[in-house]
Design a protein around this ligand. Structure first.
Ligand code: AHR
Length: 499
């Protein structure tokens, strides 16, 4: 093992943008065991009076989610929201075509609102643009947000909710470019439908924010033309463009996989350019930002079809250390791109493509759970444009990349800062000198590290604490610098304050 040398220059005056709190969001879909046996399990002794799993709620609170997207996903495009409200015994059992599963509708919009309250997070709802029409989208906004006194708001009151839910964030459909989507549309048809739906939804409640479906991922044949076309049509009625992306190491090329931040940044940069282009072309004064509302590692090949079962085991990926280091880089990219990226939701928050798994009496946390927690709990204020001078590592997919992937935040109100550093090297430590450049005296208050020897290492039900974020002793600051050795395959967070 070698020790490489690097410098990280941090200047709290060199800011990128305020960090949107909504970057630390999640996604709940009626898919597999995310809702049933995940967040909602009324038969479990671990559940509260609403049927919500208390151990899951605690873990979600620990991760400090700020917004949760619901109810899908591909599920959304065949979903009639009316099936999921009103007396539970009258709700229909339906075939969900997206995941070939049985949907009992025992959990719906109002139960989701109760869940959001329980973990103190904002709801983000989707309207069906597959089998749904613009009228049903508008009706759902009225059902959720209008004061009582009209047909849909009175229906809500009759279901036990006289006060409006005041849902602010609304996805206008899901992945409407994908042939796998129920009711797929071409870009012009979707752009027009989304424009009309968003217009009616905003006429129902002018305070809402709408999210247009962007390309399902950057390998779609229609990317980024889909994004340009739909934006040009719907621009004035939408506030965000959605991004979806799932990463993976199918080729078992860990060096390239650990450079995934390059691909994430490229995806944001292209869409950032597309937003600027459309704003100029449309001669608009309105701004549209990015909402990365599905992101996660997903490639291990678990089943995706439920054979018409209720809550089947679907896409229950087991995440290892290298996956966690990719998640850490994703979060670094969120901070580095915070000028345009304002919402992000990890897909999904429990059981389905998730770092949290339930069984009847327990909860398993995969290593990436800790990577998310380290950032979501500490990135506050503004993101900083950190200068990194680190040796380069060769990769097949992305050529040479720096051994360190870094982001930082600083909150001028509290004078607290945070630094997030991934060492991508699989073999070498990096002796790192952090240079605090703002002229103030900086102190490191605390630090955590997630690290291991083998990129394929996992937590199991028998060894659940193999890979957790461990507290490290706060390194000293001497003459404006802090030295620390970053082990290979590690993610380190340092918390600072300036005086
Ligand atoms: O999150 C799982 C699925 O991935 C979602 O339903 C869909 O939007 C995406 O393809």
């Amino acid at each position: 093992m070698l020790t490489l040398k690097a410098h990280v220059f941090v200047d709290t005056n060199r800011t990128i943008a305020p960090i949107s709190p909504l970057l630390f969001g999640g996604f709940v879909e009626h898919m597999g065991r995310c809702v049933y046996e995940g967040i909602y399990d009324p038969k479990s002794p671990n559940s509260d009076t609403q049927g919500l799993r208390k151990d899951v709620l605690d873990a979600l609170r620990d991760q400090a989610y700020t917004i949760i997207r619901y109810p899908g996903g591909n599920f959304l495009s065949g979903y009639n929201w009316l099936d999921g409200v009103g007396p539970k015994e009258l709700r229909p059992r339906r075939r969900d075509l997206a995941w070939q599963s049985i949907e009992t509708n025992q959990f719906g919009t109002n139960e989701f609102m109760g869940f959001c309250k329980a973990i103190d997070t904002a709801p983000m709802l989707g309207v069906n643009m597959g089998t749904g029409d613009v009228q049903s989208a508008s009706d759902l906004v009225e059902y959720c947000n209008a004061p009582i006194g009209t047909y849909w708001s009175d229906l809500r009151a009759s279901h036990g909710f006289s006060k409006p839910h005041n849902v602010r964030y609304w996805c206008v459909g899901n992945e409407m470019d994908g042939p796998w989507q129920v009711g797929q549309l071409d870009a012009a048809a979707y752009g027009k439908k989304a424009l009309e739906a968003a217009k009616m939804m905003k006429w129902q409640d002018s305070s809402i924010k709408t999210i247009l479906c962007g390309s399902s991922n950057d390998s779609m044949a229609t990317y980024p033309e889909w994004d340009r076309t739909t934006l040009e049509i719907a621009w004035e009625q939408v506030d965000y463009l959605s991004m979806h992306y799932y990463a993976g190491n199918k080729a078992n090329d860990t060096a390239s996989y650990l450079a995934s931040a390059v691909a994430f940044e490229r995806f944001v940069d292209t869409l950032d350019g597309t937003l600027r282009y459309v704003k100029a072309k449309n001669r608009s004064t309105h701004d549209v930002y990015l909402s990365w509302d599905e992101w996660q590692v997903w490639y291990k090949g678990d089943p995706l079809q439920g054979n018409w079962a209720e809550a089947p085991h679907l896409a229950e990926e087991i995440y290892n250390l290298e996956d966690a280091l990719v998640v850490a880089q994703w979060l670094n990219v969120f901070l580095r791109k915070s000028h345009v990226l304002k919402i992000a939701c990890v897909a999904q928050i429990v059981n389905v493509i998730s770092w949290l798994h339930t069984h009847q009496n327990g909860l398993l946390k995969h290593p990436s759970y800790y990577a998310f927690k380290m950032v979501s709990n500490h990135a506050r204020g503004e993101s900083l444009d950190v200068l990194v001078k680190a040796p380069l590592l060769e990769t097949k997919q992305y050529n040479a990349v720096p051994a360190l992937d870094v982001s930082a935040s600083f909150d001028t109100e509290t004078q607290k800062g945070a630094l997030f550093i991934v060492n991508r090297s699989q073999t070498d430590s990096v002796s790192t000198e952090i240079v605090w450049q703002n002229g103030k005296s900086v102190q490191v208050d605390a630090g955590w590290q997630l690290a291991g020897n083998n990129p394929k290492e996992v937590n199991t039900w028998d060894t659940p604490n193999q890979l957790v974020a461990k507290s490290i002793s706060a390194p000293a600051v001497n003459s404006g610098g802090t030295s620390l050795i970053l082990p290979p395959l590690s993610f380190t967070t340092l918390i600072t304050h300036s005086v």
